[in-house]
Design a binder for this molecule. Structure first.
Ligand code: Q9C
Ligand code: ZN
Length: 385
């Protein structure tokens, strides 16, 4: 497997409120270090360490604006330095919200508050999403990994400035070691360790790329097919990807399916009844498969078969996988009974049922740091590429 990594993703280092305690965030730089070490030691995979150029960063931010409000992006980018300048935070500390956005207030205009503390709560929905001095750099590097993964898969033209794209044969799958993850944040609120939706940015990249290809090369033989690209998102993180669901809920060209802990974080979404807007072409393009606390891998596999059959029926051009290892039996934030060898079966099952579907796999959660490496290697062994 081709694995994309960027060391800048290691800079983001923050705190979270868990229960009554303010603790170092469980979504830590050590997670990626552990995975990179394991991949290097295995010798079985091509680890490609990249670094986003200034132009890449600009492109990534422009692409992110298709999925997030510009004022939200600007907030995430600038809030730490604003708090630092005002003496509200020290260089080693993090911005954390203390008062959240009110919902459904009769006759009240929903607008960013003037108060600098309150603004942090306007653009977040929980306290697991702190912003440290270098968070923004990691957030952009993480999203850029998703962008680069899409560009690689979209088979860029040989005159591309991107050296990885030159004369490369069409890839079948790529894994991006995104950090921070992306599937929980909404268009204007960070949450669940997520700031930019990396999956949504991947899809925007595919669409933009094929669109600009079409403009540049109207004789492109794929003209007809590229103009109607369909995407399937398989969310394997323990938690429901509320942000991803929301981004594509109205979109009939994107199928979202998720297997996740029932009644778990993010608590308000993930029910099987969320199937897409009724009486619209997008109805039926959202499939939630919640599983009870303590579910076994057999129960998980049954849901996975349902998810994969639905993807087969939908008939996507590209598969996007939100890959989380918080389904592991000892994960502090997960409650399934899944073990290391099960990830191999999980990946094998996906591949067996979606044979030739090109895939972009993005890392989401997984918090048992010293088992992350072997769990990922097990998954990749099952994926066989
Ligand atoms: N009482 C991801 O796995 N805190 N995010 C949960 C439980 C947030 C998980 C609190 C968990 C976020 C990407
Ligand atoms: Zn998760």
């Amino acid at each position: 497997m081709l694995i994309l990594h960027d060391e800048t993703t290691l800079l983001h280092d923050t705190v979270e409120l868990l229960g009554a305690k303010l603790i170092p965030a469980q979504e830590s730089p050590a997670r990626i270090k552990a995975i990179v070490d394991a991949v290097k030691h295995s010798g079985n995979h091509e680890l490609r360490t990249i670094s986003a150029s200034e132009e890449d960063q600009k492109t990534t931010i422009a692409l992110a604006k298709a999925n997030h409000k510009p004022e939200y992006i600007e907030h995430i980018q600038n809030v730490f330095s604003q708090w630092l300048k005002e003496g509200l935070v020290e260089a080693h500390e993090s911005v954390l919200p203390e008062c959240f956005r009110l919902q459904n207030v009769a006759n009240a205009k929903l607008r960013p508050p003037k108060d600098i503390y309150a603004r942090a709560g306007y653009y977040a929905f929980d306290m697991s999403t702190g912003i440290s001095k270098n968070s923004w750099q990691s957030i952009v590097a993480s999203a850029n990994l998703a962008v680069q993964a899409a560009l690689l898969m979209a088979e860029a033209p040989t005159n591309s400035k991107n050296p990885f794209q030159q004369n490369s044969p069409k890839l079948k799958s790529v894994l991006a070691l995104c950090r921070p993850p992306g599937h929980h944040c909404t268009g204007s609120q960070a949450g669940g360790y997520c700031y930019l939706n990396n999956i949504a940015i991947t899809i925007t990249t595919f669409r933009q790329f094929t669109h600009s290809q079409r403009l540049r090369r109207p004789s492109n033989p794929n003209f007809a097919s590229v103009s109607t690209l369909k995407f399937a998102i398989l969310d394997l993180d323990f938690h429901h990807g509320n942000g991803t669901q929301e981004q594509f809920y109205m979109d009939p060209t994107v199928f979202y399916t998720s297997i996740h802990g029932q009644d778990e974080f993010p608590y308000y979404t993930g029910a099987a009844s969320e199937q897409g807007p009724s009486n619209s072409p997008a109805f039926g393009t959202n499939l939630n498969l919640p599983l009870k606390t303590g579910s076994s891998f057999e129960e998980y596999l049954a849901k996975l078969h349902i998810a994969l059959s639905a993807i087969q029926q939908f008939g996507a051009d590209h598969l996007l996988v939100s890959l989380g290892f918080d389904t592991f039996h000892t994960d502090p934030l997960g409650k399934f009974q899944i073990e290391t060898q099960d990830y191999k079966v999980m990946a094998k099952t996906v591949r067996a049922m979606l044979k030739n579907l090109p895939a972009v796999i993005l890392l989401e959660g997984g918090y048992v740091v010293d088992r992350l490496g072997e769990n990922l290697l097990s998954f990749l062994a099952g994926w066989e590429e």
